[in-house]
Write a new protein. Structure first.
Length: 147
């Protein structure tokens, strides 16, 4: 069986950052790597909170967002965008991370009616992780994985 592309990246060299994981036609998959693989992970409840907030904020831009969701390894998220301008996606990502890092109030989509695990959230950890990752993105991104 052929390996999927994300398993061909050397995870011992990945550091926190924003990478282009793959391009399929007009859809770009971004790897938003919050943590260094096999060294640290995000709190699961914080990831759930980031997923709710980030997905809501990013879908309220005029980017053509296909999907935003967590990596199973708990080190980051995938963001899929159609017809992506990489610098614009990076800028919108930074804005969304700022919004999450300063967020107060009820988490979007967090009622029992809206969410399948509505009690499983950690807003303080989500704010901290988003703020930390935003600082990683403060410089112009490279978009390519470290070699």
């Amino acid at each position: 069986m052929e390996k999927i592309q994300s398993f061909t990246v050397d995870h011992t060299k990945i550091v926190p950052g924003m990478y282009i994981s793959r391009v399929d036609g007009d859809v770009t998959t971004y790897d938003l790597r919050f943590c260094r693989p096999n060294k640290e992970t995000l709190d699961s409840a914080a990831m759930h909170t980031i997923e709710h907030l980030f997905a809501t904020y990013i879908r309220n831009t005029d980017l053509d967002v296909i999907y935003f969701g967590p990596m199973g390894c708990l080190t980051g998220f995938y963001l899929l965008v159609r017809n992506a301008d990489h610098i614009r996606v990076w800028k919108e990502t930074k804005t969304v991370l700022y919004n999450i890092s300063t967020f107060e109030g009820e988490i979007f989509g967090s009622s029992e009616i809206e969410c399948g695990n509505y009690r499983f959230h950690n807003l303080p950890e989500a704010r901290e992780a988003a703020g930390k990752f935003r600082k990683v993105l403060d410089e112009k991104p490279q978009f390519t994985y470290p070699e």
